[in-house]
Ligand binder design. Sequence first.
Ligand code: 6R9
Length: 657
Amino acid sequence: MTQEHIAVHPVPERLLNAPCPKPHISSLDDYRQLWQESVDNPDKFFGDRARELLTWFKPFQTVRHGSLDEGDVAWFLEGEINACYNAVDRHALKNPNKVAIIHEGDEPDQVRKITYGELLREVCRVANVLKNLGVRKGDNVIVYMPMIPETLVALLACARVGAVHSVVFAGFSAESLRDRVKDSSARVVLTSDEGRRGGKNIATKRIVDDALNDQRDLNVEHVVVFRRTGTPVPWVEDRDVWWHEETAKVRSFCPPEPMNAEDPLFLLYTSGSTGTPKGIQHSTGGYMLGAMLSLKYIFDYQENDVYACMADVGWITGHTYLTYGPLLNGATTVVFESTPTYPNPSRFWELIQKHKITQFYTAPTAIRALRRLGDQWLEGYDLSSLRVIGSVGEPINPEAWDWYNEKVGRNQCAVVDTYWQTETGSIIISPLPGATPTKPGSATLPFFGIKPLILDPTTGKEITAVDETGVLAIAQPWPSMARTVYNNHSRFLETYLKPYPGFYFTGDGASRDKDGYIWIRGRVDDVINVSGHRLSTAEIESALVQHQAVAEAAVIGGHDDLTGQCIHAFVSLKPNLDTADGLEKELTLQVRKIIGPFATPKRIYVVPDHPKTRSGKIMRRILRKIVNGEQDQLGDISTLADPSVVQVLIEKVHGSN
Ligand code: 6R9
């Protein structure tokens, strides 16, 4: 495929001239030179920046250690540092009255501003509460909370005492939460009575109770509950404590714990090819540098900016670009509790106008949904404060990119399509606002320290040909890369480092065009991306087969104009169960209960059998083609155990005409 027809958008003139602040990097040559330095001499490049941007309690001697071959990557070895001190204290000491967090509540008139000084005191109180509850350096703490400033406080308080936070997205079901609590052996869970979203209350505490109701193999001793709505909630004596009561008892200062740069800062569970989610573990020093540096350059953060990321704290974007990236830079970050369409589809634009937002970061699925609802929702809003608008989570189609650029950016903003993953810690491929001409649909060029390669999936050899698709790998370690999978280093090696020895394997397909721009083609493994949420097919299949009627399930990703991909499930039933009234509904509920509502299948087909090889392996490739209307391109199906099943499936999906 060639990209000749794709328009190239130069950096908007407006960004290079007053009154816009001068971009940190304002030409492609400057970017190229810095990038070259960063990959040729990472020790100097990252060593200098780690000293300049971060405040260390004890300096490091060694910048970089280990290799992708060995899987023992470490950065800033001897350095001692605290993430909370860097994100909060140093700004609070210099500039206590600067607003750190703007909370835009679910209702547009609920706005709360928290200064760095206030943030420091609240973080210290919660840190002291954690200590009183017995949390010590190195302990894992689960956070299951809605989009309120206290969630950021919870993360920072963990970091302050050296505990490892593990946020579970509050859309996950009790069962998913339970699995994560168990895997992490956490003794403390932080939550709220309820959440608020789109005018509805969400029963956060009740879900925590359900997750913990059978304590047999769990170690949870305490649940700290923040009062968000005031709705009465069940209480477990001796286990549950109120956030406001405990914080009122303790001092509003708590010394930050000096941590080794390689001590873990957090775990974040994510879906991979196999059934059980993995606890991706990030370091303290390297992660912080990645978050701080990328936010500064990729969003061209300047003092006095008001930065807004719409992601939930439950995902990696909410960690790096809602919490750590902005706060490490001393920025004002917006925490948005609601949805893009509540109370109406002007909500984002109203938010931008009200707070004079300068950087706005959201996902293609939201952009597509708002585009579909019509341009009238943008009319009359003043979006002129914006300089950089970003996209993340999945490939952005050129139509959505153009709309975002024209309607939201008014052709006067840099559009940054940022490619990265939970495992990469921070953005690894993206334009820089003042430097990189953009092409709709391409994440463009690598960030500092990132040396991307396109590999032939079968031979593992580098593909240098233009526009040829292969798998995306990274050739050398970078500071914010994940260090391991919690309690399962061999799984880390098997998934990321062994498939192509010497390289980090992303799991995504990609190609490079004649200008060296990278085009991400989507996952090459069994991961589905629905509205930017990562799900493994195996995880959904395992939820389906837990239903007593189901014999076998196969899940694939279909194309969807709105959500990017959507879930199609094919289930075969146990003998004598070929008619089952209401089964589809039951199975839908089953998936929602076991994983969470965001994993709801779009279609469930009850089928007599699956297309299988003679050795019994389900050929998901065939199901994928049928669902995506490519049933005329199935290729050779004669090797199937029963080729006749294919016609039955086509009729199931597309009807018999
Ligand atoms: C940050 C985040 C990672 C997967 C990744 C890829 C997809 C993310 C993208 C993109 C194309 C982009 N992805 N950003 N694909 N263009 N700009 O989303 O992390 O939840 O771990 O998902 O998302 O497939 O491998 P995570």
